[in-house]
Design a protein around this ligand. Structure first.
Ligand code: SF4
Length: 189
């Protein structure tokens, strides 16, 4: 019998590797797209639509969480100037992964994972530690993975290009849009 899992989907391109991989490992995987951190709303709509498109191509279920940017701004107040990878991101990861854990528990899934560790811009150890604590708080098993390993990130870029999925050039929040304005920014965040 296949094990039921929920996959936290931060964006469609990042999910192109973890989603099929978990299915190949024998999980029945429902996606949960979270985006209250994403600014502005038209960006959230573009990313939610890309997640829906990927789910359709993979013939899997994917639910989008509610868009509640005010709650996210409250949560990260005081960390506006923190660098990427600092205290704001830790709070943001917890919000994303707790919402995904709640989705998993509601769906009756016993396992939880995230696409976030495919990013070369994020610390996978921090993400896995936070994910494990969110999962454990609801009695779920955390699937600890570093998806960027073994060429995972490059593969996600290639797959998302092939599928013509929308791909952003900044992490997501208002504060990370500054990076998109840097000369070195590229369209494969
Ligand atoms: S940079 Fe990314 S992870 Fe960090 S707070 Fe902004 S959206 Fe969240």
């Amino acid at each position: 019998m296949r094990r039921r899992a929920a996959l936290h989907v931060c964006c469609a391109p990042d999910a192109t590797v973890p989603w099929p991989a978990l299915r190949e490992e024998g999980y029945d995987v429902a996606g949960f797209f979270y985006g209250s951190n994403i600014h502005p709303m038209r960006e959230w709509l573009a990313r939610a639509e890309a997640a829906r498109k990927l789910a359709g191509a993979l013939s899997v279920e994917c639910e989008a969480g509610p868009y509640e940017p005010d709650a996210w701004f409250d949560l990260t107040r005081g960390y506006e100037s923190a660098p990427e990878g600092g205290g704001r991101c830790a709070r943001c990861f917890r919000a994303q992964l707790m919402a995904a854990a709640e989705f998993a528990a509601k769906r009756g899934a016993g396992f939880l994972c995230t696409t976030l560790t495919i990013s070369p811009h994020k610390n996978p150890a921090v993400i896995n530690e936070i994910g494990e604590s969110c999962a454990a708080s609801l009695g779920l098993v955390w699937i600890n993975r570093v998806w960027r390993k073994g060429g995972g990130y490059k593969l996600s870029v290639a797959r998302s290009r092939k599928m013509n999925l929308y791909r952003q050039n900044y992490c997501g929040c208002l504060y990370s849009t500054r990076r998109a304005e840097e000369p070195a920014a590229h369209a494969s965040y």
